[in-house]
Design a protein around this ligand. Structure first.
Ligand SMILES: *Cc1c(COP(=O)(O)O)cnc(C)c1O
Length: 390
């Protein structure tokens, strides 16, 4: 398999080397609009249906990290199917990655790439899962992870980062400030930057989820895939996996993707409807998809338009209710941003054929944010000392 970076805007190709992030011709990094010049990985080669997913990643075999990322279960909880009145609903449970979120797929590729190029430091800005993921995967390889985190970041995720031994730099400002400082730092000290969207390997790593879904369905495509969206990198990654399958001649179409956003953090949804991106002041319980300026907005929206995907929004109430219903009917405790995809399915289920093949992606583990889950449940307050008190 041969790999190159490719810019869809100007049709130029570039070698996949550490100093290349955005297309030098088309790049624009403004804090108020999505990134311009996001690169895709283009691959050339031949595979058959027995392919190994990792063979489609642009790193050599000997540099693949040994930490077991991906290969998460795809299964059909029958009680959930009954609840929905749908016959073929599968959950792709990416909570079961080593650090508890789908972000591990990107960290895996970036870390392997760093090793292959002899680079021993990875730098990023994040509000949570990308940081804890990079810290964990880097720990498995002995790579230094340097993380710029807004000082308001959720405590559980902060603890995870420090627990993995990463260097955590708190920023007296928001995510945008952390983003800019991390870029400045990696330019100065020559580590690899893993900022979401900016580093094209973040999209490329996340594509493995679609390749796995195809294989787990015995080389069939789902008709619908539900996934939550903030910056839109997972969304682009999901598309990229299905694009690779088509490009390599294994499939003939792209499933209909439903991207689900929180009502008050819906920059992609707004841009699809209004035609332009406007910076918003996002507010949602689903902290992993709370985004003012979706960094990968142009790239993700282009895919949605190209393949006739859908973007819908759900309220925080719908997210928390979906989170609880998913847990109580399947045993999967997904964080709010992870349950957002399921909330989307609950919202549109009546528009879908009963026998449609549907995959819902759960992107992160509920234990990462117990404060939100607690809002919709009642915890007992009275303790007993004899059985008669029940
Ligand atoms: C990062 C993340 C998302 C959203 O991914 P984007 O690429 O920002 O759209 C959704 N759910 C979880 C759990 C995440 O960590």
């Amino acid at each position: 398999m041969k790999f190159k970076y490719f810019c869809e805007q100007c049709n130029k190709s570039y070698d996949i080397i550490p100093d290349v992030y955005l297309c030098p011709n088309c790049q624009n990094l403004s804090p108020d609009t999505p990134i311009k010049g996001v690169l895709d990985v283009k691959l050339e080669g031949k595979i058959d249906t027995n392919f190994e997913v990792v063979d489609l990643l642009p790193i050599s075999k000997q540099f693949r990290p040994s930490i077991p990322v991906g290969n998460t279960p795809l299964w059909s909880p029958h009680r959930l199917a009954n609840l929905l009145g749908l016959n073929n609903v599968y959950i792709k449970n990416d909570d079961l990655n080593p650090t508890g979120s789908l972000k591990d797929r990107a960290s895996y590729l970036v870390a392997g790439f760093a090793k292959e190029h002899g680079i021993n430091e990875i730098v990023l800005a994040s509000t949570g899962n990308a940081a804890s993921s990079m810290a964990g995967v880097a720990a498995s390889l002995g790579i230094k992870a340097t993380i710029f985190l807004p000082k308001t970041a959720p405590e559980a995720k902060l603890i995870q980062i420090v627990q993995y031994g990463a260097k955590c730099i708190l920023v007296d400002g928001n995510y945008d400030m952390a983003y800019d400082l991390s870029l400045e730092y990696s330019k100065k000290f020559s580590g690899i930057n893993r900022n979401t969207g900016y580093n094209p390997l973040t999209i490329e790593g996340k594509k493995t989820i679609s390749l796995e879904i195809y294989k787990q369905l015995n080389c069939k495509l789902p008709e619908y895939v539900f996934v939550s969206a903030g910056d839109g990198v997972i969304l682009s990654g999901v598309y990229k996996g299905f694009e690779d399958l088509m490009h390599l001649g294994l499939t003939k179409k792209i499933p209909t993707i439903f991207a689900i956003q929180a009502e008050k953090s819906a920059a992609l949804f707004n841009a699809l409807n209004s035609g332009t991106f406007k910076r918003i002041s996002s507010q949602t319980v689903a902290d992993s998809i709370s985004v003012d300026n979706p960094r990968n907005g142009y790239h993700a929206l282009n895919k949605i338009k190209k393949y006739n995907g859908k973007i819908i929004t759900v309220s925080d109430d719908e997210i928390l209710l979906a989170q609880q219903q998913l847990s109580a009917n399947s045993g999967i405790f997904s964080e709010p941003a992870g349950s957002t995809a399921f909330a989307g399915l609950l919202k549109v289920k009546n528009q879908l054929e009963k026998n449609s093949l549907i995959v819902v992606i759960s992107t992160g583990n509920g234990l990462k944010d117990i404060v939100s889950a607690r809002k919709k449940i009642t915890i007992p307050t009275k303790a007993i000392s004899s059985i008669d008190e029940i």
